[in-house]
Design a protein around this ligand. Sequence first.
Ligand SMILES: O=C(O)CCC(=O)C(=O)O
Length: 363
Amino acid sequence: MASAASIPSSEPEPPKVHASHITSIKAFVESKGDSSPIPSTYHSITQLHDDNDVADDFAVSIPIIDFSHLSSHHPQTHAQAVHLLGKACSEWGFFLLINHGIPENLVEKLMKKSREFHDLPMEEKESGDKGPFEPIRYGTSFCPQVEKVHYWRDYLKAITFPQFNFPHKPSGYREVAYDYSQKIRSVTRKLLEGISESLGLASNSIIECTDFDSGHQLFAVNMYPPCPQPHLALGMPSHSDIGLLTLLTQNGIGGLQVKHHGKWVNVNPLPNCQIVLLSDQLEVVSNGRYERVLHRAILNNRDTRISVVLANGPALDKEIGPVAELLENEKPLFRSIKYRDYFQFQQRSRLADKSSLDEIRLN
Ligand SMILES: O=C(O)CCC(=O)C(=O)O
């Protein structure tokens, strides 16, 4: 990736366009043609793009967890998988999940329908973004109302559990999304059991203390159109997710980077794998033993990238804090708070450009 730099003076001055005037970056790109300079309001913080920040040598050691081993009834196979899972959580806060049992053709249908959704005319995409508890939201960038720099992404977000909400267009999308969201929930449940065991807890500890069976699931479909100047902009800034575990899949086009030992690592997933990211609430329930992972999305100038991201969290009305058994020998690092209130914290923290976890961290 090229180092970020100011735009050479021979190039035309980039326009200043505020994302509040752009309802879709895809539509904006299509209206401009794909070689015009991007608006200066999309120039992300440039030092993030420095080559030195990206460590490709780490990419070879990205942990891979075999889900079939985790679900195995053979005690040794299961114990070894739990051990590897704990290691991935403590060393990386993220891993690739293979043999998860989610059919490849379901993911293909999901990607096809997701593309069709983003191709719909604006007026058919239902509702704008009216806040985190709105069941279905469509929007652009990251947090356009407050951010100083905008991001090269359009998104659909729907709350798919405990109630299933999803757009009715294009036809068949709801059904595919429902099937996918259910399967992701059951894979997540099994992963949470394994993670509990890896912490030396009973397998149902995290599930019970978060009331996961009534847990909140947020289904996000991100579209990143090709960007004529990908070295100047980002699809999503560095952030961590709000739930327990996020499961992410993409349309074969890379762009996700995770932060590891202070460097950005490109995540090049294996075919038909799920990318699993530890989120804020997992750091809380594990009392900081497993940290959430910072991640971001970079861009390219050739292909449209789509990522489907399911954030699986606790029940909204459950008060969440470190698992009680972990506090028998250690001090709590976080105070307990209702998950619903954590959402509000997250909004306020974004306004103040702070980490939401810092709001509940104890000294
Ligand atoms: O598209 C990606 O790879 C990252 C998406 C993401 O981080 C998110 O939706 O929160």
